[in-house]
Design a protein around this ligand. Structure first.
Ligand SMILES: C[S@@+](CC[C@H](N)C(=O)[O-])C[C@H]1O[C@@H](n2cnc3c(N)ncnc32)[C@H](O)[C@@H]1O
Length: 210
């Protein structure tokens, strides 16, 4: 099987799962849906995932950090980008069963060896993250964006890109999203822009030293 075919097969697996999850969630009363958040992908979406790939490949980012592996949907894209830059993905997840599922899918895509799988609380584990870090994708529980950003900030390479998901949706995340964007913009050497792509992406860049 070619690398492209293996990637496409795994992506199609996720696409089918997304459709099944949507149908199942829509069959539930709205007040019950949040109670099942650990059973569903909570994926970033294909348009946003493709933008992450473009940013990584365009920047030639090699040390890539993902906060919130979930079931590995976004990790699939990040690892595929890492293959093109000769890089590596460090991905953090709290739930062992989600990480195990993600590892299986990435192995099927021939990409698992490009990933350093980290299990546990990202806020604590990030203290051991090797730097300099070229690219960060923040997509874990929303109240943890600021502590994760603050821990990673000293490890960012010049020109590093920091992308945060859920800046515009869901509505209950908006207070955390606003606070996160303010924290990024408070750094004198960070520039950032908010994009209405997927659930809303904040794209921050650490300005290169002169
Ligand atoms: C929105 S989902 C990630 C979706 C994934 N990035 C994707 O696009 O496919 C958020 C994930 O962060 C994980 N998470 C929440 N708090 C965490 C923490 N403190 N450390 C590590 N992972 C955490 C959750 O278990 C959940 O799987």
């Amino acid at each position: 099987m070619t690398d492209e075919k293996a990637f496409a097969d795994v992506l199609n697996h996720y696409r089918h799962r997304i459709i099944e999850e949507r149908e199942w969630l829509e069959s539930l009363p709205p007040e019950q849906r949040m109670g099942h958040r650990d059973r569903i992908l909570l994926e970033v979406g294909e348009e946003a995932a493709n933008l992450l790939v473009d940013l990584i490949v365009g920047a030639g980012a090699k040390t890539i950090v993902e906060l919130g592996t979930s079931f590995g949907y976004s990790t699939l894209f990040l690892a595929n980008a890492a293959k093109r830059t000769g890089g590596k993905v460090y991905t953090y997840e709290l739930a062992a069963e989600k990480q195990a599922y993600a590892k299986e899918r990435l192995a099927e895509a021939g990409l698992a060896d490009l990933v350093d799988w980290r299990l546990g609380d990202a806020v604590a584990l990030l203290e051991g993250q090797p730097g300099p870090v070229d690219f960060v994708f923040i997509d874990l529980w929303k109240d943890l964006y600021i502590p994760c950003f603050e821990t990673l900030y000293p490890r960012l390479a010049d020109g590093a890109i920091v992308v945060a998901d859920n800046m515009l949706f869901p509505e209950q995340s908006l207070p955390d999203a606003v606070a996160y964007r303010a924290a990024v913009r408070a750094k004198p050497d960070m520039e950032a822009v908010l994009l209405d792509i997927g659930n809303g992406l904040d794209i921050g860049c650490k300005i290169k030293s002169p």
